[in-house]
Design a protein around this ligand. Structure first.
Ligand code: DC
Length: 231
């Protein structure tokens, strides 16, 4: 069957990466977490004490940032590497979450990340999740999903995730962080988060993981068959 590109966009903590990872496994496709790249840049700036409002310094820093992904045999997921160091755990914490939306508004940061993401899509057979995948990175993606979930459910999911990692964080802080990121991500000038015209909306507030997968897998199968019959 023909290989396709699947773009999954949506707000923070809507379950995009869980779905994208599971789908990639099921299809034997590659999974690319574009948010991890913005997180890795943010982590680099934080650890090098670079103020993200100083654009010249950020541009210089981008020359020294190399991000890639390697399969982790233990977790069976791909881990994010920043300059050959595994930063998978470090980029998921609340400290990075507090700055990442601001860093990802920077035009130069976006250009650098989007260029790398486009390269990763060249061979197709990829599931990529983020905020601008269906609109800016792969506007011609074969299947575009736009995920949403109700605010409370998103906050609870994120809170549980952080707690499981042993982070000392309150529910209020999580709610506030999600609201702030939603606002920055969807109102920024450079490729803001928005639903692509041809995206299919998936509200998973009350869907089980299995029901959600069945829905999406059926869409993928329809898409692949449709393309085969066109060829
Ligand atoms: O998916 P995530 O929550 O790990 O993403 C972290 C941040 O990165 C998010 O607040 C906005 C930014 N981001 C982006 O601007 N564009 C993307 N394609 C992916 C993430």
């Amino acid at each position: 069957m023909r290989k396709i590109i699947i773009a999954i966009d949506g707000f923070s903590s809507c379950g995009k990466s869980t779905l994208a990872k599971d789908l990639a496994k099921k299809l034997h496709y590659r999974y690319m977490d574009s948010g991890a790249m913005y997180r890795a840049v943010t982590y680099y700036l934080m650890t090098h004490k670079i103020d993200y409002t100083e654009i010249e310094k950020v541009k210089e820093a981008l020359q020294h940032i190399h991000i890639d992904f390697h399969f982790n045999k233990e977790t069976k997921n791909s881990d994010t590497y920043l300059n050959d160091v595994n930063v998978e755990e470090k980029i998921r914490g609340m400290d990075v979450s507090q700055h990442v939306s601001n860093v990802s508004t920077i035009k130069e940061v976006r250009y650098a990340m989007v260029a790398q993401q486009k390269k990763m899509g060249k061979q197709k057979a990829i599931v990529m999740d983020g905020r601008d995948i269906g609109t800016a990175v792969f506007p011609d993606a074969d299947l575009k999903l736009f995920m949403t979930a109700n605010h409370e459910i998103r906050a609870q999911r994120r809170f549980k995730e952080l707690q499981a990692k042993g982070e000392d964080v309150t529910m209020d802080e999580v709610v506030q962080n999600l609201a702030e990121r939603d606002h920055i991500d969807s109102t920024r000038k450079e490729s803001p988060l928005m639903q692509a015209e041809d995206a299919i909306v998936l509200d998973n507030s009350h869907l089980t993981k299995e029901a959600q997968m069945e829905f999406v897998y059926n869409l993928v199968m329809e898409k692949k068959l449709m393309e085969e019959s066109v060829e």
